[in-house]
Design a protein around this ligand. Sequence first.
Ligand SMILES: Nc1nc2c(ncn2[C@@H]2O[C@H](COP(=O)(O)OP(=O)(O)O)[C@@H](O)[C@H]2O)c(=O)[nH]1
Ligand SMILES: [Mg+2]
Length: 288
Amino acid sequence: MTNINWYPGHMAKTKRLIKEKIDLIDIVYEVIDGRMPYSSKIRDIDQYIKNKPRLLIMTKIDLCDMQETQKWIKYYEKQGYKVLPVDLKENTNINKILSATEEMMKEDNQKRIEQGMNKRKTRVLIVGIPNVGKSTLINRLVGKKATNVGNKPGITKSLDWIRINESLELLDTPGILWPKLDEEKVALNLASFTAIKEEVLPLDEVAIYILKTLYKYYPEKLKERYGITNINYDDILPTLDVIGKKRGCLIKGGEIDYDKVISVIINDVKEGIIKNITFDRFEGELDG
Ligand SMILES: Nc1nc2c(ncn2[C@@H]2O[C@H](COP(=O)(O)OP(=O)(O)O)[C@@H](O)[C@H]2O)c(=O)[nH]1
Ligand SMILES: [Mg+2]
């Protein structure tokens, strides 16, 4: 499997950002995608954020298969994480995030008060791989008020910290990190739900992976969306033909436009048109 570092420039910038700011941070919001709770999680995150308290914010639960994702939530909770599943698009419960933060900071603040210090604002850093919802989360936290300030012409956006409320401040730049693509499944899951350069993973491979994974775990969705009830693993072309005809991916003469079929499949998953799917499978033991 490929081990290409796909955005080395950005990665270096993030490392610098986190290194500069981490000592000022009280709590890290680590954002992962509920449809791929393993693949979208940065495995060497500890190396960047040291031992800072962490809130694991699992986004896109409106698009995931909650039954499968729940296993991951339990798994991470067992590892000591505080996990918050959220839908940032429709039903964002920002108060849930705020109160979890307060709860996690309670002991620290108590200590501070006992030592005769002032209760300080909690400072938050958001980290995560591209496309998991970091910007959306920032917008939700900040709300209209602060966004307006930034939008006023003539006001230089120089502030590093965004005030969320009287006890919380947010670093205005999220830490964007890139996952390692050394596990084949991880790379394919990431390519299914976010974006990976085609030089790293060709689109046809991604589309075929999506079809096979849907067939394995969610055959009813394949049927529903494309009218497919069976897949021949050795020869995927007839399946692509069916989808192409159904979705009108044709070139003149009535032939199937396979590039179009491939992009239709990928788009259906990426855009959440095919919903309630989770591609990471938890295979371990949860209790005992
Ligand atoms: N359905 C759904 N879409 C989401 C959710 N969170 C983010 N998105 C969408 O995911 C895409 C990437 O979000 P963005 O905040 O730009 O991710 P970032 O790259 O981590 O900053 C956008 O189209 C968002 O609207 C969520 O909880 N549910
Ligand atoms: Mg963003």
